[in-house]
Design a protein around this ligand. Structure first.
Ligand SMILES: Cc1ncc(COP(=O)(O)O)c(C=O)c1O
Length: 340
């Protein structure tokens, strides 16, 4: 039985589901994990995650496919990214097998919250790894908690892709060149809240960051990667050590290649922005957000008007969604079936 939810009008807000799954790491090993119905964690007041930001998370989605089966998109990639985040912040590894087990078990227990096929919705999956043991000094925790929670979410765009205005604010950086911008740690997002609020207050839904060292190259948007499409259809995305390797971006690059477009992963100079026929921001939550223009001080870069018929981003968007909803063949084995 599905829950009585207005699937077509779901947003991206928090919604209480039946349970989350929680594992504890103590004395050098993880326990078996258990499904917990209360949405509260009982955590020590001296936990390292609370004081020193020893926390990393992930975001991925499960879809009810056309054949009625529920499948998760590129789960292994998210597991690998969490492993890199854990290593860099000195937390124990969550193996790919344990990650998969956690995701499968929590979805099975919350199956009535997976949006049905045809509603445009999906089940957002949020794994979180934190230091939960008590320490007063700055050092790694002696205990860790890994949880996975799930939440039904709607399509961001009910009327197709709608372009938005982006802002570059030179007074704020997202990530230092040899810092932690390339992993998904909680502190990166706290550090971006102020700049995001400033951009919003000026009428810009999305902030774009330049490289912190020179402010000459494009890094990424606050929570999504930068993609530019040249007039000949070439897909260009920045190569930078302070950008989070987006799984959506990686997938769109593969789809672009499959469709016969060239893909370039290389430094993208700010001065090149005016040369793109299309610009998008890509990530799990929205898939692709079209960018209408980019402002930086007195500069205004206008992206050519979106044309649905010729848009490469639109084609890529449709193709990735078709793979996720099982409407076309999953030639790269990106989807993992959930045993319900
Ligand atoms: C900083 C940042 N960049 C890019 C992305 C997009 O990554 P993905 O496509 O794996 O969701 C995210 C979201 O996870 C992000 O937080």
């Amino acid at each position: 039985m599905k829950k009585e939810i207005d699937w077509a009008n779901l947003g991206f807000g928090y919604m209480q589901t039946k349970s989350h799954i929680a594992y504890t790491w103590k004395d050098g090993k993880w326990n078996e994990g258990e499904l917990v119905e209360s949405p509260y964690l009982n955590i020590h007041i001296a936990a390292t995650s609370l004081h020193y930001g020893q926390a990393a998370f992930e975001g991925l989605k499960a879809f009810t496919c056309k054949d009625g089966k529920v499948r998760v998109f590129r789960m292994e990639e998210n597991a690998k990214r969490l492993q890199r985040s854990a290593e860099r912040t000195f937390m124990p590894e969550v193996s790919t097998e344990m990650f998969n087990d956690a995701v499968q078990r929590v979805i099975a227990d919350n199956k009535e919250f997976v949006p049905p096929y045809g509603t445009g919705g999906s089940l957002y999956i949020r794994p979180l790894l934190i230091g939960s043991g008590a320490e007063m000094g700055v050092k790694p925790s002696i205990e860790y908690t890994f949880i996975v929670m799930v939440m039904p979410v709607g399509p961001y765009y009910t009327n197709g892709l709608t372009p938005v205005k982006a802002l570059i604010q030179d007074e704020y950086d997202r990530a230092a060149p040899q810092g932690v911008g390339d992993i998904k740690v909680a502190g990166n997002y706290a550090a971006g809240l102020y700049a995001q609020a400033k951009a919003k207050a000026k009428g810009y839904p999305i902030a774009l960051y330049l490289d912190a060292k020179e402010h000459n190259y494009i890094d990424e948007f606050g929570t999504s990667n930068f993609v530019g499409i040249k007039a000949d259809g070439t897909y260009v995305t920045p190569k930078s050590q302070s950008v989070l390797p987006s799984i959506t971006n990686k997938s769109l690059q593969q789809i672009a290649e499959d469709l016969g477009y060239n893909v370039e992963v290389r430094p993208v100079a700010y001065s090149e922005l005016g040369e793109f026929a299309e610009i998008g921001a890509c990530g799990t939550a929205v898939v692709i957000t079209l960018i209408e223009s980019i402002d930086r001080n007195d500069d205004h870069i206008q992206v050519p008007t979106f044309n649905k018929e010729t848009s490469v981003l639109s084609k890529l968007y449709n193709q990735i969604q078709a793979i996720q909803y099982g409407e076309v063949e999953d030639t790269h084995n990106w989807m993992t079936e959930v045993s319900l």
